[in-house]
Design a binder for this molecule. Sequence first.
Ligand SMILES: Cc1cc2nc3c(=O)[nH]c(=O)nc-3n(C[C@H](O)[C@H](O)[C@H](O)COP(=O)(O)OP(=O)(O)OC[C@H]3O[C@@H](n4cnc5c(N)ncnc54)[C@H](O)[C@@H]3O)c2cc1C
Ligand SMILES: NC(=O)c1ccc[n+]([C@@H]2O[C@H](COP(=O)([O-])OP(=O)(O)OC[C@H]3O[C@@H](n4cnc5c(N)ncnc54)[C@H](O)[C@@H]3O)[C@@H](O)[C@H]2O)c1
Length: 472
Amino acid sequence: MQRIKTDILVIGAGSGGLSVAAGASQMGADVVLLEGHEMGGDCLNFGCVPSKALIASAKAAHGQAHAAVFGVANQSPQVDYAAAMRHVREVIDRIAPVDSQERFEGLGVRVIRDYGRFISKTQVQAGDHVITARRIVLATGSSPLVPPIPGLDKVPYLTNETLFDLREKPGHLLIIGAGPIGLEMAQAHVRLGCPVTVIEADRALAREDPEAAALILDQLRGEGVEIVEQTMAAQVRDNGGAIEVVSTEGRIFAGTHLLIAAGRKANTDRLNLEAAGVETTGSGIRTDTGLRTTNRRVYAIGDVAGGMQFTHVAGYHAGIVIRSALFGLPSKSTLVHIPRSIYTDPELAQVGLTEAEARDRHGDRVEIARFDYHHNDRAIAERRAEGFIKVMVARGRPIGATIVGHQAGEHVGLWSLALANNLKMSQIAAMVSPYPTYGEVNKRAAGAYFSPRLFENQTVKRVVRLVQRWLP
Ligand SMILES: Cc1cc2nc3c(=O)[nH]c(=O)nc-3n(C[C@H](O)[C@H](O)[C@H](O)COP(=O)(O)OP(=O)(O)OC[C@H]3O[C@@H](n4cnc5c(N)ncnc54)[C@H](O)[C@@H]3O)c2cc1C
Ligand SMILES: NC(=O)c1ccc[n+]([C@@H]2O[C@H](COP(=O)([O-])OP(=O)(O)OC[C@H]3O[C@@H](n4cnc5c(N)ncnc54)[C@H](O)[C@@H]3O)[C@@H](O)[C@H]2O)c1
C-alpha cells in the first residue's frame, strides 16, 4: 500500500474536478487527482461534446435539404451515420489533450487512474494508494438514471454513455424522456434520416417557459419528430426483434433502438460516504452555500452536488472551492446568474427567473420587455426569424431572461452579466450592437423596456415641443 499526503485531493477528472486540479496546482498547492474511468468525464466523452458534434452533422444534413429558399437546389442528404459518428469521435479526440493525464501531470498534478473510496474522514483509498488530504473535493459527476421499467433489462437499450458508439443508423429511434438530452438527440436523429418517437411522462421541457418550449416543440414536430406527452413508459418488451414501449394507458410504440434520457443520478455509490460523515439528499451530496459537505474538510461540486447539472456550473463551483480551500476565504455559490441553454435548432436559453417565476415572486412589479426575431434584420436575411427574447424586469433591473431562437445560447451570456452585477436596464440600453447581428435582440429588448416610457409619455412630448420652440 502506497501512502500519499497532499493538500488537495480531487476525486473525479471531469469538468469540475479538472478545473479545481488545474487551478489549485498552478497556484502552488500539492494536488492528487483520481479518475476511475475516462479523463474529461461526461462532458467530453459522453455528453456536451459528442452531442454538439452530432448536432453539427445534423445541421449540415438539414441545410442541404432546405437550401432552395436561398436559391440553391435542395438535395436529399446522403447520410453516412457511421461517418457522422466518426466525426463525433474526431471532435472528442481533438479536445481530449486539454483534459489528458499528460497535461495534468505537466501542471504538477499527481494523477491516479482508479476509483476512490473513503476509509476515514480524511483518507481515501484508490487501488493500492491511501491518500490523506487536508481538503477533499468530490467531483464524481452523474450517470444516466435508468428508471425501473419492467422489461427494460431484457432489451438492448442505449444511454448517453453508449449512443455515440452506435455505427448503424437506427431504423426507428424511440426515446424515453423529453428533457434536453431527449430532444437534442431527437432532432439530431430525425435530421440524419431516422424516424424518432419521444415518450414523455409529463410535459416536454416542463421546466422551461411554456411559450418558448412550444416554439421548440412545434419546430421538432414540423421536422417529423413524434413527441408524445403525458405518457408514462410503463413496460418495455421485445416483439420479434422490434423494441416496444408500452404506456400506462396501453399505447404501444415500436422501434429498432431505444434511448433512455430520463434524467440523472449522482455518482455517490462508490465513495463510501458514511466513512467520511458526508450526507446525501435525494438528488446528490448535501452541501452548504460554500459547497462544503457535512464533513467540513470535504467539498462537493458539479453534478454530484445535485443542483443545476451543467459543465459551466461545475466550472463555476471549482472557482468557489479554490477560493475557499486554497485561500481560506469565505466564498458562496449563487445560482441567480447561471444560464442554461438547450441546443436544439432553434436554441432555448434561460437565465434567472422565467416569466411565471418572476410573476410568482414579484407580482405586479414585474414588467416584460420583449422583442421578436422577426423584426431582426439578420434573422430575416438568413430566414431564421422564428423566436423571441423576453426580459423580466423589476424596479428597472433585469431579474430573468428567456431567449428562444437562432444562437439563443450565445446571447444569454449578456443577461448573466447583468444579473451577476445587478445591472440596470439603462446600462443594457447603453450598449451598441453592430448591425446587422442577431445580438441586436438584446439591445432591442432593453429598448422595448424604455419605448413606452419615452414614446407614450405626455410629459416627454410636452418637453420636446417646448424645447423645439426655443431652439434656434
Ligand atoms: C448527453 C449530454 C449532453 C450534455 N450537454 C451539455 C451541454 O451542452 N452543456 C452543459 O453545460 N452541460 C451539458 N451536459 C451536462 C454536463 O456533461 C455535466 O454537467 C458535466 O459533465 C458535469 O461535470 P462534473 O465534473 O460534475 O462530472 P463529470 O464530467 O461527469 O466527471 C465526473 C468524473 O468522476 C469520475 N468518477 C466518478 N466516481 C469516481 C470515483 N469514486 N473515483 C474516481 N473517479 C470517479 C467519473 O468517471 C467522471 O470522469 C450534458 C450531459 C449529457 C449527458
Ligand atoms: N444543453 C444542455 O445544457 C444539456 C443537454 C443535455 C443534458 N444536460 C444536462 O443533463 C440533465 C439531464 O437531462 P435529461 O434530458 O436526461 O433529463 P431531464 O430530467 O431534464 O428530463 C428527463 C425527462 O424524462 C421523463 N421521464 C422519466 N421517466 C419517464 C418514463 N418512465 N416515461 C416517460 N418519461 C419519463 C421526465 O418526465 C423528464 O421530463 C439536464 O437536466 C441537464 O442538466 C444539459
